[in-house]
Design a binder for this molecule. Structure first.
Ligand code: OAD
Length: 266
């Protein structure tokens, strides 16, 4: 069935009610998850039929133990995901967030995008200041190296699994796997943004993976309003200041349009 490209009247009315609050916000933080890329054709993780973790074992494919056991299989899976991601385009939700960032910067206001996604679609849509909490699928680092040795590797498909660097060292994806620490600088920047914002939008995440899932809680505790954009209820929904129940590619462009109209008026 074709997706409607406009919010239904009830959702539209809710967007219109929230727009003035967002238009008045000096400082906005956005926290996104896999759902923001779903309309581009990138599978999410926990959706029952289509989610990656319904089909694949995360312990095998997204853990250091799985990688040590079978680096070739892990890299083949990442190489396939890289090819899927390369073949798709950012959607209207990504573009709305990039445009929003630009508008807020131009007005001397603060707009911080934080994402759990590794697909780089926010960057391709034009967002410039992105905290990528879980890394980036186009980046690699030596298995026995440091975070400082991370660099971009655009080859797609890869010539070999695993790829090696110039010194013959095995490279791993520069992404965060289960039970691994996030980059502390990213965590600090994300929580600073959550504590400073007037409004946070939580978009397309099931809000179950920490520390990202703590960002909206932290924002609430610091007095921000937190609005969820997600077609489905999540663990965070009962605490949200408001829930916009729609796809981000439909909700965000309409929300931005309303917000820009309101802020130009004031
Ligand atoms: P999930 O797959 O857990 O959740 C995706 C969310 O997006 C769900 O709540 C869906 O309802 C929602 N969704 C689906 N389509 C949408 C749309 N068009 N617009 C808006 N929302 C939509 O993905 P994440 O919460 O991002 O971590 O998962 C968090 C982390 O778990 C990932 O970063 C990954 C995974 O394990 C690592 O790999 C470290």
């Amino acid at each position: 069935m074709a997706q409607p490209s406009q919010p239904d009247p009830q959702l539209l009315e809710q967007i219109e009610r929230l727009a003035p609050q967002l238009a008045a916000a000096q400082n906005i933080a956005i926290s996104t998850g896999a759902g923001v890329s779903a309309e581009s054709g990138v599978p999410t993780f926990r959706d029952a039929q289509t989610g990656l973790w319904a089909k694949y074992d995360p312990v095998m494919l997204a853990s250091i133990d799985g990688f040590r056991r079978d680096p070739a299989t892990v890299w083949k899976w990442y190489d396939e995901r890289r090819q899927t991601i390369r073949a798709v385009e950012p959607n209207a939700g990504h573009y709305a967030l990039a445009q929003w960032e630009q508008a807020w910067r131009d007005a001397g206001r603060t707009f911080q995008l934080i994402t759990q996604n590794i697909d780089d679609l926010h960057g391709r849509a034009g967002s410039s200041d992105i905290i990528e909490l879980h890394g980036n699928i186009w980046w690699v680092r030596p298995l026995h190296g440091t975070l400082l040795e991370a660099r971009r590797l655009d080859d797609c498909p890869l010539a070999q699994h695993p790829p090696l660097d110039e010194q013959g060292r095995v490279l791993r994806p520069h992404v965060v796997w289960f039970n691994e620490q996030l980059d502390p600088l990213n965590i600090e920047a994300a929580f600073d943004a959550a504590s400073a914002c007037d409004v946070m939008l939580v978009v397309g995440t099931s809000s179950v993976v920490y520390p990202a899932a703590a960002l909206p809680l932290y924002a609430l505790r610091h007095g921000a309003a937190v609005i969820e954009v997600n077609p489905q209820p999540t663990e965070f929904s009962p605490l949200a200041s408001a829930c916009l129940r729609g796809a981000s590619g439909i909700v965000l462009p309409v929300l931005l349009e309303q917000v820009l109209e309101q802020s130009l008026r004031s």
